[in-house]
Ligand binder design. Structure first.
Ligand code: SF4
Length: 477
């Protein structure tokens, strides 16, 4: 049997694409291995959003040079954003790569590997499917214990944030038809999936391409409502990453009305300074961002936020950075991804240079993390003694009583369960007993919270609970 080794860098979109690669290779009779030394095919699914990710890839592939020398039949493939960005040039940069394959061509991977073997020469395939977009679909029956899956609803990006390479590596926006999205989610749920995360670079800019003329009516909030109504057995529906510019009143209302939307939103902000937001071409102000988070909190009290930050963007002063820190306090972010600015090829910000010294970037990043850690720790401690809903997933295959899951607000919760009962994919009520820095420890209260009704798309509670009580137990937290 042929073996493959796959390493994934970067965002959820790449994790989703890698899962589809695994399924495609599975269909072609490949078996996964964790040891690159024993593989017939090695694939790196890459990210180029920051130069650090690129360096990691170059060193990971570079380490294979001697293996490739010993085994001429070994195929090394580079997929994803770096493949799209560099194309042919990647073969010059790393001269023993066999296959360079862009994100829109991933589905062709097994065939392209066969062609490389046949032709005995490297191949590059990085063509955007702009006219007739196709979307990778998860296999209907998931494998293992997985209870959560990603579903792509759009790809590419029409924004032109000054620092971002994504419009180059993923192309312009293409939207998937609502019927196709719902059909995939329905099949996943039939196969045991309980939570779906809708994916897109600016996921909430989606509209149904079949309804282009009425795009405002058939926009993202419409999709959420249709999923809630037409896939009643789905327990949770997340989405990432939204752009604050598309956080419409209709979407905020959906958060108030749809029980399957979680009480957490990852809403990238990048900076708390209006001057920086303007230079980054983010198309919103600090105030409009704050107004939207406040409106969401009003719609769904108890909702928590996480975000993305870039520190040291060209021209960022100490005063600009102070405004970022004050925004962290004002919104009360519980977590964030924060990075030092690094110039990327083909981005508008290149012309601004990289004037903020590395030492200043490092120091600002450290101060930002310190504040975020303190807020996360305080938030976690505030949950001790409260009850929350957790969707359980088998954590540790060796310890059969140990489960982990995500709460409705996305905190990681570890729970011990009674022996001999399968809790995988069950939504349970947990009493939080201890708070770690990044996770919570709890025990089952004995209440299985809810299943969604088979036909009407609303959340119904277990027999001894009303829907209102379910809300109240969350509101205590
Ligand atoms: S919205 Fe901006 S940061 Fe996000 S993918 Fe598009 S260009 Fe990049």
């Amino acid at each position: 049997m042929k073996r493959y080794f796959l390493q994934t860098f970067g965002c959820q979109m790449n994790v989703h694409d890698s899962r589809r690669i695994v399924e495609a290779l599975d269909d072609y009779g490949y078996q996964a291995t964790h040891d690159a030394g024993t593989a017939d095919l090695i694939i790196f699914n890459t990210c180029s959003v920051r130069d650090k990710a690129e360096h990691k890839l170059v060193s990971a592939v570079g380490a294979l040079r001697s293996l490739k020398k010993k085994r001429a039949d070994l195929i090394i493939a580079v997929a994803g954003c770096m493949a799209q960005q560099y194309g042919e040039a990647l073969l010059k940069k790393i001269d023993f790569i066999d296959l360079v394959i862009g994100p829109d061509n991933i589905v062709e991977l097994p065939c392209l590997v066969a062609r490389v073997k046949q032709a005995a020469r490297p191949l590059v395939r990085t063509v955007f499917d702009l006219d007739d977009p196709s979307f990778l679909r998860a296999r209907a029956a998931p494998r293992g214990n997985r209870v959560a899956e990603y579903v792509t609803i759009m790809k590419g990006c029409n924004e032109r944030c000054a620092f971002c390479i994504v419009p180059t590596t993923r192309g312009s926006e293409r939207y998937r038809r609502a019927d196709e999205i719902i059909d995939e989610i329905r099949q996943l749920v039939e196969g045991g999936i309980r939570e779906v995360t809708l994916l897109g670079q600016t996921v909430n800019s989606w509209y149904d391409p079949d309804q282009k003329e009425k795009r405002e009516k058939f926009a993202f909030a419409y999709l959420l409502r249709r999923i809630a109504l037409e896939v009643p057995k789905l327990i949770r529906l997340r989405y990432t990453s939204p752009h604050p510019g598309y956080l419409t009143p209709a979407l905020i209302t959906a958060h108030a009305e749809l029980d399957l939307l979680p009480w957490h939103l990852h809403l990238p902000v990048q900076s708390g300074s209006d001057r920086m937001l303007k230079r980054m071409v983010r198309r919103y102000s600090r105030n409009s961002y704050l107004e939207k988070t406040q409106a969401l909190l009003k719609a769904r009290p108890g909702l928590t936020f996480s975000t993305d930050f870039i520190v040291g963007f060209p021209g960022e002063t100490e005063d600009d950075f102070q405004q970022t820190l004050s925004l962290v306090r004002e919104v009360g972010f519980v977590t964030a991804f924060a990075f030092k600015y690094s110039p990327r090829p083909n981005t508008p910000a290149l012309k601004l240079g990289d004037p903020v010294p590395e030492s200043v970037k490092n120091q600002r990043l450290e101060r930002l993390f310190e504040l975020l850690e303190a807020q996360q720790s305080a938030h976690n401690k505030s949950l001790v003694g409260t009850k929350t809903r957790v969707l359980l997933e088998k954590a540790n295959l060796k310890d059969i009583n140990s489960y982990s899951g995500r709460s409705h607000r996305h905190e990681i919760v570890h729970v011990e369960v009674p022996a001999g009962i399968d809790f995988n994919g069950r939504l349970v009520e947990v009493m939080i007993e201890r708070a770690n820095r990044h996770s919570l420890i709890g025990s089952l209260t004995g209440n299985e919270i809810a299943t969604r009704a088979a036909s009407n798309g609303v959340l119904i509670s277990s027999p001894d609970e009303t829907s209102e009580q379910t809300h109240n137990s969350e509101a205590m937290v």
